[in-house]
Design a binder for this molecule. Structure first.
Ligand code: NAP
Length: 424
């Protein structure tokens, strides 16, 4: 029997699915001990810090993660940061293989004048703020204006726009951070424009997300029927199934009887942002009608870009275009990468399952004689490590605090509070 030790860096969906793939590859002859190293005191990655709080069903995948974590050969090392508390070289020395699953969490930039004005932020900051990510608990969002513009035509832009345009009391029965619910209840924002640089036929939204928009009960959702009809003509008859489904969903939205709520979420297409203007803070966004010279501007006090992500560099690893340089997930001798850090920020949570399974197959093929280089705990000494048991304490407390309030959980956003809820 051969017994290998594998380290996975990042306890998000890609990390858990890599662990699951290894668990599935185990036989009597081939055994794995899996250690997940996570910089936050909480695991689950984007399932905790990314998925919109009004989409609780998507978060039920956390049950799968907990099953993987309690299968017997998995240890969580939360509150342990690669590069600070432990180095990549140390992991590579101790483990038979190391898997990078750190995602990509830096917001891509538009690269236009005015982008750094106060009031211009990235979804990469706004989303973790409303999801109680400890690094963003003191982030401040300027919500004292009537209008906001969200740039991008993907599901993140849609999440962000919905969070701004929902009646905030709708967030009470969710696990939205308390600080965000409080701020959104005071928000003056009533008009949110989602802005796409291409036409509806090229939007990156997925149709389930579009189809839920007409169900919003306190928000007007506005799409111009002419925009969608023109896109249907441009798309022609040999249209892809997903594009057709999206356009059908958009046509339904555009044909819906107008509502007269206080809050509006409006889509604009073929609008390329060219400048953000304002004296001392955002006051307007200048757009160019894509494919023409025509310019116009929208007055607003908040701009949120949701135009994709890049991976934050880790020492000792080469990057290319915001991703870890790799061939089919192989990075170098005993180093692998999975998830968004490997393939870029695309796909839904489940996409990581097959992706990680493919990479873990290669990892197993590459394995040599098992190492005997001691335990990671030898390196961490007295460092405060959140183990699975500590995390289960945090999880249980958050859930029980949420119960009387009708929430799935009441999240703690403070790192020290999380450590103490864990029992450290
Ligand atoms: P995305 O789906 O790739 O969308 C990015 C959007 O940004 C595109 O519309 C893109 O337009 C636009 N964009 C890029 N650069 C731009 C620029 N310089 N100026 C203006 N627009 C620009 O990315 P995402 O929304 O960040 O989502 C990431 C992944 O997570 C996606 O696969 C998404 O489906 C998934 N996700 C899923 C859910 C869910 O299932 N509910 C929720 C959130 C996220 P072009 O096409 O013109 O480049």
């Amino acid at each position: 029997m051969k017994h290998y030790k594998i380290a996975i860096v990042g306890a998000g969906p890609a990390g858990y699915f890599a662990a699951q793939a290894l668990q599935n590859l185990q036989t009597e002859e081939l055994q794995f001990s899996i250690d997940a190293i996570e910089r936050l005191p909480t695991p689950w990655g984007l399932v905790r810090s990314g998925v919109a709080p009004d989409h609780p069903k998507i978060k039920t995948v956390s049950k799968v993660f907990e099953k993987i974590a309690t299968a017997g050969n998995f240890r969580l090392f939360g509150n342990v940061e690669l590069g600070t508390d432990i180095t990549l070289a140390q992991l590579q020395e101790k483990y038979d293989a190391v898997v990078i699953a750190t995602g990509s969490h830096l917001g891509k930039k538009l690269g236009i004048p005015g982008e750094d004005l106060p009031g211009s932020i990235s979804a990469a900051d706004f989303v973790p703020w409303y999801n109680a990510h400890p690094d963003f608990k003191d982030f401040s969002v300027l919500l004292d204006c009537q209008s906001a513009v969200v740039i991008g035509a993907g599901n993140v832009a849609m999440d962000v726009a919905r969070m701004l345009a929902l009646e905030p009391s709708e967030l009470d029965p969710t696990d939205t951070a308390d600080h965000a619910i409080e701020a959104l209840k005071k928000s003056a924002i009533r008009d949110v424009v989602i802005s796409a640089r291409r036409g509806p036929e090229h939007a990156a939204f997925t149709s389930p997300e579009l189809r839920e928009l007409p169900k919003l009960v306190h928000t007007n959702v506005v799409m111009e029927k002419g925009d969608i009809q023109a896109a249907i003509v441009r798309a022609g008859s040999e249209i892809e199934k997903d594009t057709k489904s999206n356009l059908d969903a958009m046509l339904l939205i555009s044909e819906k009887e107008p509502t007269n709520h206080e809050r509006t979420m409006k889509f604009q297409f073929l609008a390329t942002p060219v400048e953000i203007k304002g004296s001392g803070k955002v006051e307007e966004v200048v757009f160019q009608k894509t494919g023409s010279d025509e310019k116009y501007s929208i007055k607003c006090g908040l701009v949120i870009t949701a135009i994709g992500y890049e991976a934050a560099p880790l020492a000792g690893i080469d990057y290319d275009k915001g991703k870890v340089k790799n061939i089919d997930g192989r990075v170098k001798e005993n180093l692998y990468v999975v998830g968004w850090a490997k393939r870029g920020p695309s796909g839904v949570i489940g996409t990581n399952k097959s992706d990680a399974a493919d990479v873990m197959k290669l990892l197993v093929e590459d394995l040599k004689a098992p190492k005997d280089a001691g335990d990671i705990n030898d390196l961490l000494g007295a460092h405060k490590v959140i183990t699975q048991t500590h995390w289960e304490n945090i999880n249980a407390t958050e859930i029980s605090r949420g119960e009387p309030l009708g929430k799935p959980r009441k999240k703690a956003a403070d790192r020290n509070e999380l450590l103490s809820l864990g029992g450290l």
